[in-house]
Write a protein that binds this ligand. Sequence first.
Ligand SMILES: Nc1ncnc2c1ncn2[C@@H]1O[C@H](COP(=O)(O)OP(=O)(O)OP(=O)(O)O)[C@@H](O)[C@H]1O
Ligand SMILES: [Mg+2]
Length: 331
Amino acid sequence: MTGQGKKKNEPLLRVANLVVEFPAGRGKRVHAVSGVSFTLDRGETLGLVGESGCGKSSLARAIMQLPAPTAGRVLLDGEELTTVDSVWLRILRRRFQMIFQDPVSSLNPSRPVGRSIEAPLLAMGHDGPTERTRRAREMMTAVGLDPDRYYDRRPDQLSGGQCQRVSIARALMTGPELLVCDEPVSALDVSVQAQVVNLLAEIRRTYGLAILFIAHDLAVVKNISDRVGVMCLGHMCEVAPCESLYAAPSHPYTAALLAAVPRPDPGYHPPETGLLPGELPSPLDPPSGCRFRTRCPYNDLLCATTQPELREIAPGHLVACHHPLQGKGGV
Ligand SMILES: Nc1ncnc2c1ncn2[C@@H]1O[C@H](COP(=O)(O)OP(=O)(O)OP(=O)(O)O)[C@@H](O)[C@H]1O
Ligand SMILES: [Mg+2]
């Protein structure tokens, strides 16, 4: 699982100017992702957060080529995925796998989960049935599922957390270097969420995997991520190492998201007025310039006329804002 075909100085994943748009009738388009760029190193975990509808899943699916993006580049280990032919893409797929939000519906309901875990090996034409089953059982043990008990069960005979363990086992069968996890714990209750996040962290250490970990809120990605990216209506507005993003958010949108994270403090009352005033603009007709400007207290003419580019304000800390927060004390 460690960087076959590794190219010198090339990150494992490079996403450049990625655009995802959907036709919406009458000549209109949904601007789901509008020019997002970032890199992910081998073994690194990048958390990706943003409000519902900001384009996280569209970005994840475009990376997976499910389907390919409207425009932009996705390079895995230096290899362009958006233009590669379908046969080679199928071969490359073993190196990047995805885990979906809804663990139950992402599995075949009528198939024993052990067989679902074997399926990627079957699709690749690898190994005979005995070896496939042996490896599936081994992987079940690795994700904390007793194969004697669970191999023959169907998804509806497992809990949500157990189904997500099955999905993780299935994704690991091809020996991927990159795991794209699209809200892998959002459908689970809080106690199970922590177990699945810990399992992913353990798997990352054991197999040296890189993970793109998508979540709704900043609390979920905090303990697992090396860096965190924040998306606002199709734009990446801030990317920073975990500690500097949480200690000193620079984009007013990140600060607002952080302020909205519930705190385990009985004396703390979140502001009643709401932290993100105003309507979330439509991705059918996003604002000009900065996509957060219609809800931002620092909004001015420059924000409306010029889209802020991501720029480095501290080592590894990038922000796309004309009026970054340093010293303003948040929103
Ligand atoms: N197949 C599609 N056709 C048309 N519009 C789509 C399609 N998929 C997504 N969209 C739209 O693109 C925008 C981004 O959706 P996306 O699912 O990527 O957001 P998200 O950040 O993953 O949201 P959530 O946190 O709710 O999962 C939304 O406005 C959504 O309605
Ligand atoms: Mg989504």
